[in-house]
Ligand binder design. Structure first.
Ligand code: SAH
Length: 454
């Protein structure tokens, strides 16, 4: 009776929420609706997004107004200026690959399944080789990251600006105990990579054995979903506890479904009888490959936010490991959108000495976290800059002369949590977002030219 009504209402609002989330991610509403019909209202947002991509790739839909889902007009115009400049510089070859940026010819970039990138540690079978486009070959090496599930056309655009390099899409669940679907565009070699040791735990129980005690048999999760920038409310865990306390053991399917949905959405773990809780910041640090207490000393909300936006260290270190033999005397790094220093921690854990890091990060709290870690672990020089906008081409040229060039330009521009379940921004990749990617491209290009003049 009651439970069914609640179920029905919950399902209706769940459907509305999911459609809204998908529209926020840039998908047309009718396609979002169709995906929910195909996969069911309880399918995870990532599954629904994959389904929309799949049907787009299969040519099921056509787009009358694609440009609405593309970069905003003004920002697009600015990006196009850059593209024209690039076309001149690289001539015919690059131009051949660049379709107009008005969006009308944009094809969605299909996401690989499984999302394992070019190769995984100890997976010789699937391993691929690649030839970089001529204009992509360094110096400097560069490494760019963003969320895999971006609105359509975004990765194609990013790739076009970053010298037509094909993105490497990796879900970190193949390397650690939590999912994290990210795309990486880089000009690093992909042969002879090696993983950080010790290998991180790959399941929830390996990471946190004590949660076994209260884990119900009807919770099939063995890995966590993407670690988010915010945590669940105490109200929610209380509601779950009430729902479970007032039903039998095992609870009816409808209650199980409700609880599992929330557990998946918020990465809740079992800490007592009928009792779930969100992960603690030090657990998130551990899952992401940071040293314990890396973000300690700032508010819990800030810690979740910074950790939720950060690199998964083992994943990034696997890609960067090829630098180790190349630079026995250490590297000069230009670190853009440094956050809490996922790239720096990866290099450190690989045993690659950082002679100099020029770090650009606008968040004061993040800068404090990085500075604390740096002073404690490093002997090289850390130079801090707040805003990518203030890193002009002239300043870049000065740094390049002073340090003899940068060996690595690394960074992921803010993702505004596009695929997240906890925040929704209708503007998606428009506005600030695309402008910040533009700075990444501009800065890499400026380092490239300055180093070309050395
Ligand atoms: N890869 C990082 C996190 C990247 S998240 C890590 O491992 O932690 C993107 C970061 O860009 C955020 O920390 C945000 O504060 C920063 N940011 C946003 N706008 C910026 C700007 N204009 N200049 C420099 N950094 C900026």
């Amino acid at each position: 009776g009651d439970l069914l009504d609640i179920d029905f209402l919950r399902e209706m609002s769940e459907k509305d929420n999911k459609i809204k989330s998908l529209v926020d991610m840039g998908f047309p509403e009718d396609e979002a609706n169709m995906a929910i019909t195909r996969c069911g209202v309880d399918a995870a947002l990532t599954v629904l997004a994959d389904s929309v991509y799949a049907s787009q790739a299969a040519g099921d839909c056509h787009y009358g107004n694609l440009s609405d889902y593309e970069l905003g007009g003004r920002k697009r115009a600015r990006l196009m200026e850059g593209s024209k400049k690039k076309r001149k510089r690289y001539g015919g070859a690059a131009q051949g690959n660049r379709r107009p940026l008005d969006g009308s010819h944009e094809e969605p970039m299909p996401l690989p399944n499984p999302m394992v990138g070019f190769n995984l540690p100890n997976d010789r079978l699937r391993s691929v080789t690649r030839r970089l486009p001529q204009q992509a070959i360094g110096p400097p090496f560069f490494y760019y990251e963003n969320v895999a599930l971006a609105p359509k056309g975004v990765w194609a655009t990013i790739s076009r600006f970053l010298y037509d390099i094909e993105p490497e899409f990796v879900d970190s669940k193949h390397l650690c105990a939590a999912a994290r679907k990210r795309g990486y565009i880089h000009n690093l070699p992909i042969e002879n990579r090696f993983p950080l040791l010790p290998l991180p735990p790959k399941t929830i129980f390996e990471a946190f054995p004590h949660y076994k005690k209260w884990w119900p048999s009807w919770d099939p999760r063995r890995q966590l979903n993407c670690l988010q920038t915010s945590m669940s409310s105490a109200k929610l865990t209380e509601r779950i506890q009430c729902a479970l306390a007032s039903s039998g053991n095992p609870p009816p399917k409808s209650v199980q479904k409700y609880v599992m949905d929330e557990c998946r959405k918020w990465n809740l773990v079992w800490v007592g009888k009928n009792k779930v809780a969100h992960l603690e910041p030090d657990e998130v640090e551990y899952l992401l490959g940071f040293p314990r207490d890396h973000t300690r000393g700032v508010g819990k909300t800030e810690r979740f936010k910074s950790l939720g936006n950060s690199f998964q260290v083992d994943t990034v270190a696997y890609h960067l490991s090829v630098l180790k033999d190349m630079y026995p005397n250490g590297v000069n790094v230009l670190s853009l959108f440094t956050g809490i220093g996922g790239g720096e921690v990866a290099l450190h854990r690989l045993g690659i000495h950082m002679r100099t890091v020029v770090s650009v990060e606008i968040g004061e709290v993040n800068r404090r976290i990085l500075r604390g870690w740096w002073d404690q672990t490093q002997t090289g020089t850390l130079i801090e800059i707040a805003d990518v906008k203030s890193l002009t081409d002239d300043r870049i040229a000065t740094f390049v002369r002073r340090f003899g060039g940068f060996d690595l330009v690394i960074g992921g521009s803010p993702c505004n949590n596009l695929a997240g379940s906890n925040r929704h921004h209708r503007d998606g990749l428009e506005g600030e977002q695309s402008a910040l990617f533009y700075h990444y491209f501009r800065i890499v290009d400026a380092v490239k030219s300055a180093m070309g003049r050395m």
